[in-house]
Write a protein that binds this ligand. Structure first.
Ligand code: DGL
Length: 263
């Protein structure tokens, strides 16, 4: 159903969301690319991880988040979640036809184009790797490049807690990725939580190159805002705010902490 989505105004904010803290890795790119914009980040931590829910549930949760952001005055939406993009982006774009909506997808294309001697490992949630969007990406870009897609069940949930160097994070990564050591030279981080454990992944896989969708998403948002004349004036100093469905000071502190982490 198409909704009468607001008439986006340049002085509106950009709504950014994920199942939890993962999209903060994308937010870092957005703020670097568009320092004059205001970003309202929402993490649905009460319902994370999305990758372990049904596609229908993910669609319902994301619809509710986007509806609220639009009502609050969003001029554009960034779905900073590969899982929600795969499950819900086409329907959201239909529903809000006049609103710029940017999604994230596994950065398989740049990984293939970078070339290399080994295989490409794609890490993602089970939903992301199963749905049509990734299947099409693989058909389009990976015909000549051996791709190993690994559904990293349990990883986003552990990252949510912020204890990135805990033994159970290292053990899970060893369990998920150990068999690929020495055989892959490029790793696509196909879930926005994973850039926060890049160095822990490298501990398992050794010398590999990483690819994620954050920078491309930020450039795409700039293009869409520019095309629709929705960019803020360059005299405006952009602001970032955080909200979560776990509405506690500790949770919001965790979001702010992730915003300062290298990824
Ligand atoms: N950060 C999300 C993604 O990019 C989802 C992780 C999850 O909630 O399972 O896929």
């Amino acid at each position: 159903m198409e909704m009468e989505a607001a008439h986006p105004q340049a002085d509106g904010f950009v709504g950014v969301f994920d199942s939890g803290v993962g999209g903060v890795s994308v937010l870092q790119h957005l703020v670097r690319e568009l320092p004059h914009e205001d970003f309202h980040y929402f993490g649905d931590s009460a319902h994370a991880p999305y990758g372990e829910r049904s596609v229908e549930e993910v669609c319902e949760l994301t619809d509710a988040i986007v509806d609220r952001m639009v009502t609050d005055g969003a001029k554009a939406i960034v779905i900073a979640c590969n899982t929600a993009t795969s499950a819900a982006a086409p329907e959201l774009r239909e529903r809000y036809a006049n609103l710029p909506i940017v999604g994230v997808e596994p950065a398989l294309k740049p990984a293939v184009l970078a070339g290399g001697e080994g295989d490409i490992l794609v890490m993602g949630t089970e939903i992301t790797l199963r749905l049509e969007k990734f299947q099409k990406l693989e058909e389009r870009w990976a015909s000549g490049a051996p791709v190993r897609a690994v559904a990293c069940v349990g990883l986003a949930g552990r990252i949510e807690h912020g204890n990135l160097d805990d033994a159970d994070v290292h053990e899970l990564l060893e369990h998920l990725l150990g068999a690929h050591r020495g055989e892959v030279d490029r790793v696509v981080l196909g879930c926005t939580h994973y850039p926060f454990v890049r160095s822990q992944i490298a501990d398992v896989l050794g010398d590999v190159r990483f690819f994620d969708g954050g920078a491309g998403t930020a450039r795409q948002l700039r293009r869409l805002l520019d095309q629709r004349e929705l960019l803020r004036d360059e005299t405006h100093v952009g602001e970032v705010s955080f909200a979560s469905s776990i509405d506690s000071p500790e949770e919001l502190e965790l979001y702010r902490w992730f915003f300062t982490q290298p990824c």
